[in-house]
Design a protein around this ligand. Sequence first.
Ligand SMILES: [Zn+2]
Ligand SMILES: [Zn+2]
Length: 376
Amino acid sequence: MSETMMAVRKLEKAPGLTVEEVPIPEMGVDEVLVAVEAASVCGTDLHIWKWDDWASNRIRPPLTIGHEFAGTVVDVGSAVRHVSIGDYVSAESHVTCGMCFQCRTGQAHMCPMTRILGVDRDGCFADYVSIPEKVVWRNDRNKIPPEIATLQEPFGNGVFATLAHELAGQSVAVLGCGPTGLFSIGIANASGAGSVYAADINDYRLSLATTMGADRVYNPLRQGDDVATWMIEANEGYGVDIVLEMSGAASSIDAAFRGVRNGGRVTLFGIPSTPVRIDVAESMIFKNLTVLALNGRRIFDTWYKTRWLLESGRVDLRPVITKEVSLKEVEEVMKTLAAGQAGKVILRPSIEISQPETRNGLPGVNANVEGQDLHR
Ligand SMILES: [Zn+2]
Ligand SMILES: [Zn+2]
């Protein structure tokens, strides 16, 4: 095995990313080394590329970024007991402490000591990533290909936010059709929602919403009237049963509270960039609302539900994948994502998409380029 690999790196406290050759990561005794077959780009990576306030406060360069992936274990530390070379895996990106109150009471997704792959330690936009055994999630290669397996991590966010409600027979509105909103639409459909409404200010995303199973879509920028009025009129003047607010936009949060029916449920999952004013009396108390504010995934409860939804084919994520590219094209990918013109983009670290080449002698690296055409 060669000593070096390609990786997407944040080298300076400034916008941009660098693709460079670096040593293959060290591995602790309780860690495993994974040859990455597919990785996917997340909003978090976009923040790091842009170098916004969040990124400049959190990220300490130099750092290999990326936290969503699927690949094959090529080495294991001496204390690893449950993972073997050759295992086909993904990972929970949140490495939690295991010892705090939250971790010890089944709420590890709220661990204050969480370290995130590609944020607080080197991540997976590289040929190899080393991860603790305890975050490894085993996949079945016969049931879930790498470009879908890598999406389990972000899809899990949608699973956690959406399945917090009893959805069968309910009217459900998804406000904000970025990847998590699109996932929620598929999950609501798979769960027997009576009707699924989707709103976004981007027509490209609304077309994906329709593909994912939204019954009706709405663009408030283009269609004039406001989203709340649309939801109310579409539901006999009462409003929808459940609103999933996935955008974090203040106007959308306002629409969520006005468009939900009395006694309905609102989940706030989109993250506002600045404080948002809410009229608690009018929009919550007098409507007898149930309001959930959720973040992350339950570790590992959500992963089991996620696996079932994907392996069973109940939710098909292929329409959300816009394209697959090599690591070198990451800059272009970030520009496309920043322009809102992509769902999920898959990085294929171990292959050159334009000029396929085989890496001889490395176990588990799949050097074929099948799956490039995503709309099969
Ligand atoms: Zn992510
Ligand atoms: Zn903890």
